[in-house]
Design a binder for this molecule. Structure first.
Ligand SMILES: *[C@@H]1O[C@H](CO)[C@@H](O)[C@H](O)[C@H]1NC(C)=O
Ligand SMILES: *[C@@H]1O[C@H](CO)[C@@H](O)[C@H](O)[C@H]1NC(C)=O
Ligand SMILES: *[C@@H]1O[C@H](CO)[C@@H](O)[C@H](O)[C@H]1NC(C)=O
Ligand SMILES: *[C@@H]1O[C@H](CO)[C@@H](O)[C@H](O)[C@H]1NC(C)=O
Ligand SMILES: *[C@@H]1O[C@H](CO)[C@@H](O)[C@H](O)[C@H]1NC(C)=O
Length: 315
C-alpha cells in the first residue's frame, strides 16, 4: 500500500488495511535482510518502535508518513532527573522529524533478568516529569509506562501516577501528570488478554489502550494461530484500542516466546502469522522449518525487554 500502491491491489486480502498495526522491532544483525521484510511493498505496518530514543538505521530512508517512528524511554539511570531522552526527541523534532507519539518505560515493574527496566515508581515519576511533561507541552502524545502482564503491573502504575501527581501539584492545587494512552503487554491466552485490558479500562474508563507487546507464548501452532486471529479481530473491532504491535518480528530459532509465535521460520521465510500480520495470505510455512533450529532456549533478544519469562506467573 503506502510503499507500492500498484502491487497492493493484487496482493492484499479483501479486508481493509489496518491503521493500528505496527512493528515491535528487534533488529537482526546476523540476517539484515530480515529487517526489510516488514516494510516490503504491500505491508500493512504503519508504525514501529525499537525500545530506543532514535530511529533504526534500517528504516532511515522511510518518512514518518510512510512508517511512523515512535521513540521510547526504555528505563531510568542513576539520575532520574536526567533529560537525555527529552533532549534527543527534541532534537529529532528540531531537525524536521515529525514525532507524534512517545512511549514510557518498558516493563518498569519487571526484574532486569526478565527484560524489565525495574524502576521504583518514585524514580519513574521524577523521570516522567523531567522528560515526558515537556514533550507533552510540545503537542506530542504520551504513552504511559508499559507494565508486564503480571499482577504487580496495576499497583505499580497507580503508585507511579500518585507519585507523579505529588511532583506536579503545588500547595493545595492538586494536579495529575499528563498522559494520552496506556500501553499493555500480554503473553497468555485470549480470555486473559481481554480481562487484562478490561481491568485497565475499569480503572481508567476513558483510556485509549495500545497493546505494544503480545503473543500467546510457548503453545502449539493451532492455539497460537487461533489466539492471533481472535486478538486481531478484537483489536480492530474496539475503538478504544488505539494501536497494537505483535511480538513476533524474528526467526523462530531466536524466539523467546516459543517458535510458533514467530513471524519468520528458522530458515527466514514468512510463517502464516507473519504473512497475515503484513496483510498477505497464509504461506503454509512451518515456523520450525529450515536451518537454525533452536539449540539453547535462552533469551536471545537481550535489551528488548521481553516479558516472555513472565508467562509463568500471569495468573
Ligand atoms: C489470497 O487468498 C484469496 C482468498 O483465498 C484469493 O482470492 C487470492 O487470490 C489470494 N491472493 C494471493 C496473492 O495469492
Ligand atoms: C531531582 O530533582 C528534584 C527537584 O525537581 C530534587 O528534589 C531531587 O533531589 C533531584 N534528584 C536527583 C537525584 O538529583
Ligand atoms: C509513591 O510510590 C511509592 C513506591 O515507590 C509508594 O509507596 C507510595 O505510596 C507512592 N505515593 C503515592 C502518593 O502514590
Ligand atoms: C487525577 O487522576 C485521578 C485518577 O484518575 C482522578 O480521580 C482525579 O480526578 C484527577 N485529578 C485532577 C485534578 O485531574
Ligand atoms: C486464522 O484466520 C485465517 C484467515 O485470516 C484462516 O485462514 C485460518 O484458518 C485461521 N486459523 C485459525 C486457527 O483460526
Amino acid at each position: 500500500m503506502r510503499f507500492l500502491a500498484g502491487l497492493l491491489a493484487i496482493a492484499r486480502l479483501s479486508s481493509a488495511a489496518s491503521s493500528k498495526r505496527g512493528l515491535c522491532f528487534t533488529p537482526n544483525e546476523a540476517h539484515p535482510q530480515d529487517n526489510q521484510v516488514w516494510v516490503k511493498p504491500g505491508s500493512d505496518l504503519k508504525w514501529y518502535y525499537n525500545y530506543q530514543s532514535l530511529p533504526s538505521p534500517a528504516y532511515a530512508s522511510l518518512s514518518q508518513d510512510d512508517f511512523e517512528y515512535i521513540p521510547m524511554m526504555w528505563g531510568v539511570g542513576s539520575n532520574p532527573n536526567d533529560t537525555t531522552f527529552y533532549d534527543q526527541v527534541k532534537k529529532l523534532v528540531d531537525d524536521g522529524t515529525k514525532i507524534q507519539h512517545v512511549l514510557g518505560f518498558n516493563e518498569p515493574d519487571g526484574p532486569a533478568d526478565q527484560g524489565g527496566s525495574n524502576i521504583k515508581p518514585k524514580d519513574a515519576a521524577q523521570a516522567w516529569v523531567a522528560n515526558f511533561e515537556p514533550l507533552g507541552k510540545m503537542g506530542i502524545k504520551l504513552g504511559l509506562p508499559a507494565c508486564t502482564g503480571s499482577l504487580g503491573g496495576l499497583p505499580w502504575l497507580k503508585q507511579f501516577l500518585g507519585n507523579c501527581s505529588e511532583l506536579v501539584s503545588t500547595g493545595s492545587e492538586k494536579k495529575n501528570c499528563t498522559w494520552d494512552f496506556l500501553p499493555v503487554h500480554w503473553y497468555d491466552n485470549f480470555a486473559g488478554l481481554a480481562s487484562h485490558i478490561g481491568e485497565r479500562r475499569a480503572t481508567w474508563p476513558d483510556a485509549e489502550i495500545w497493546v505494544t507487546e503480545y503473543a500467546y507464548a510457548h503453545q502449539d501452532l493451532t492455539p497460537t494461530q487461533e489466539f492471533y486471529n481472535q486478538s486481531i479481530d478484537y483489536f480492530e473491532k474496539l475503538d478504544y484500542i488505539g494501536r497494537y504491535s505483535y511480538f513476533g518480528a524474528f526467526r523462530a530459532s531466536k524466539a523467546n516466546v516459543g517458535p510458533n509465535a514467530a513471524f519468520l521460520s528458522n530458515g527466514g521465510k514468512l510463517t502464516d502469522i507473519g504473512s497475515w500480520y503484513l496483510g498477505f495470505n497464509a504461506t503454509g510455512v512451518n515456523p520450525q522449518s529450515g536451518k537454525g533450529a533452536m539449540a539453547v532456549p535462552s533469551v536471545v533478544l537481550v535489551g528488548a525487554g521481553v516479558a516472555a519469562g513472565l508467562v509463568i506467573n500471569l495468573f
